[in-house]
Design a protein around this ligand. Structure first.
Ligand code: SR1
Ligand code: MG
Length: 419
């Protein structure tokens, strides 16, 4: 390996020198590299992210760090995750066209990706905290989840291709391990990296005593770790979506793995519900109107998921699962089979949703929806509603046949006192 290949983290000062000769930089940034403006804007938990700008263009440069940025170098994390992120971006671009940023360049030894700068998009979570409406948000999310779920599965892919890809992604062990512990396990015991609002102590103690709940969560973890139905984004929260007031894109698929079809829909739904429950900490005016809008986004995302999944089922079902030879070729409708698959996806999604609602209040990586409410006494009752509903979802997902039942549950919890 030459010195040029040896991994070195970038800095705003070194980007022009280190990336200035790349064709993609001339094409998409342009101008004299010495005059580029470079800002490090990474606000996530893991990576360096730079915006490189000149008067004629801009790009995003994302580089993995060899440790978890949120925690520091006491928690090493392999650089190879950038390889899987790049693989995931390629697959998502094929499976959900126009939904993800374009990749201009990938350098495996430097664990860096140069990609399209989405502008004037901002992180969806910030828009939700600010009370902004985005037209088409639910439809976009539902379509993205359905297209990636369907087209990454053996409903669509040739089995050999899909199984080869499962083999490839199974090399990405460190990243799923984060989800397996931080999302599925740590919230339910006094794990070292956990933190939560002390005003929730008795509620949290009760949750951690609930054997039925912990059993249901571990059942979901077994499914997450073992069930390779499709390539999931793996970390689809409102910080992994960027939006203008009418266009959305999904970013940051470094947690991609083959997993259950309902995982992404569940995770993103949890983030809509947390946006919903946290709203009283962010506004008084228009509170009810804005909360209703968020719930409508969630309904729209489920409806769009079902519609798009069903459309693909009838138009692109070329894989070995539910083959036409068993249904259409015998003059039979496969609609019942499609509904059955969708019902399983919904149930899984709602369980994952409840678990994500718990981990964002109880484990390591909280979200700004709640954390930006400074007063713990204002935050606690809102977090408690979220935790209580998460529990209901995990335990009762089987009985929530339609998203409207989830909406009713959210409205009931939104006026409840769980402390
Ligand atoms: C240590 S990483 C913590 C969280 O950040 C990522 O965005 C994932 O959500 C992960 O669980
Ligand atoms: Mg991320």
């Amino acid at each position: 390996m030459s010195e040029a290949d040896t991994y070195q983290p970038l800095s705003p000062e070194t980007i022009a020198e280190r990336l200035g000769s790349l064709a993609c930089m001339s094409e998409h940034v342009g101008g004299d590299p010495a005059s580029w403006s470079v800002r490090e804007i990474g606000d996530g938990n893991l990576n360096l992210v730079f915006i490189v700008t000149s008067p004629s263009g801009s790009v995003i440069v994302k580089q993995a760090l060899p440790y978890v940025r949120l925690v520091g170098d006491s928690w090493p994390l392999p650089l190879y995750r950038a390889f899987f992120e790049n693989c995931a971006l390629e697959r998502q671009a094929q499976r959900a066209p126009d939904a993800v940023p374009k990749v201009f360049h990938f350098d495996e030894s430097q664990a860096l990706i140069v990609m399209e700068h989405l502008t004037p998009h901002i992180i969806l979570r910030n828009k939700l905290i600010a009370g902004e409406q985005i037209s088409g948000a639910g439809e976009f999310v539902g379509n993205f989840c359905a297209q990636t779920a369907f087209r990454g599965s053996e409903l669509s892919l040739a089995s050999a291709d899909k199984k080869r890809d499962v083999g490839l992604f199974s090399g990405n062990v460190a990243i799923p391990a984060i989800t397996e512990s931080l999302v599925f396990t740590d919230p339910y015991f006094d794990a070292e990296l956990n933190n939560h609002n002390p005003l929730l102590n008795s509620l949290v103690a009760e949750l951690r005593q609930d054997v039925t709940l912990k059993t249901a969560v571990q059942t979901a973890l077994m499914k997450f770790a073992s069930n390779t139905e499709t390539m999931v984004h793996g970390d689809l929260h409102s910080g992994s979506i960027m939006a203008t007031d009418s266009e959305l894109k999904v970013i940051d698929p470094e947690f991609a793995q083959y997993g259950p079809m309902g995982f992404d829909l569940g995770m993103v739904s949890a983030n809509f519900l947390m946006a919903y429950f946290s709203q009283p900490g962010h506004r008084g005016d228009n509170l009810a109107t804005y909360q209703d809008w968020i719930l409508n986004v969630m309904v729209a995302s489920f409806d769009a998921f079902d519609a798009e999944f069903s459309r693909l089922w009838h138009s692109e079902r070329t894989g070995m699962l539910y083959p036409k030879s068993l249904f259409e070729d015998q003059g039979q409708d496969s609609g019942e089979a499609c509904s059955h698959v969708l019902a399983n996806i919904h149930r899984d999604a709602l369980v994952f949703c409840g678990i994500e609602m718990h981990r964002r209040c109880l484990s390591l990586a909280h979200n700004a929806d709640f954390e930006s409410i400074e007063d713990p006494a204002v935050r606690a009752p809102l977090e408690a509603r979220n935790i209580a509903m998460g529990r209901e979802l995990i335990l009762n997902a089987e009985n929530l046949a339609h998203c409207s039942a989830v909406i009713d549950m959210a409205k009931a919890h939104n006026v409840g006192d769980f402390l």
